[in-house]
Design a protein around this ligand. Structure first.
Ligand SMILES: [Zn+2]
Length: 176
């Protein structure tokens, strides 16, 4: 069990790191004018999809059902809406390093999908605590949640996920 937990964390870390790297590269190409905003958006959607599906699938360990696909699509739709706003901002703000930096935050989506998968694999009535650094490294949304205990079903319905809050991939919170 311990070995599996370690293997799982290693896989999820790697998956997030790869998404972060791909997002940064796409952001740099957009900053440098090598790709258009539309190409950036299409590239990000592709990277997000493969990473989010992998993160989710690794947790549930079964063939994805319609319900699973709906949850995965929920994560992708939420990210797609942010992405749309981001691409719009790129058109209105001078290009700079803020573009790859902000693109990297999308790696939080893989963490969000991992948590979705963990909810599905867990008992609905299990009580999970949200923990994290109680300091400036946490965003306001996370600070409000740190120390909160809810059942798995309540967390799932709340929509609150480490990686899915304002701090994105910078989130250092844990839920479990
Ligand atoms: Zn956080």
């Amino acid at each position: 069990m311990q070995a599996f937990t370690k293997a799982r964390e290693a896989f999820q870390d790697l998956n997030r790191r790869l998404l972060r790297e791909e997002a940064r590269k796409l952001g740099e190409r957009l900053r440098d004018g090598k790709i258009t905003p539309a190409q950036f958006q299409a590239g990000m959607e592709k990277e997000l999809k493969s990473s989010v599906v992998a993160a989710y699938r690794f947790e549930v360990k079964h063939k994805l059902t319609d319900g699973d696909l709906a949850r995965v699509n929920g994560v992708l739709e939420r990210q797609g809406a942010y992405l749309h706003g981001f691409v719009k901002a790129v058109g209105e703000t001078p290009p700079g390093d803020w573009i790859p930096a902000r693109a990297e935050l999308y790696a939080g989506a893989a963490r969000e999908a991992q948590t979705e998968g963990r909810f599905e694999a867990a008992d609905d009535t299990a009580e999970w605590l949200w923990s994290g650094p109680d300091g400036p490294e946490s965003c306001e949304e996370c600070l409000d949640l740190i120390g909160t205990t809810r059942t798995v079903a309540e967390w799932r319905d709340s929509g609150d996920r480490p990686g899915g809050m304002t701090c994105g991939s910078n989130c250092r919170c844990e839920l479990g």
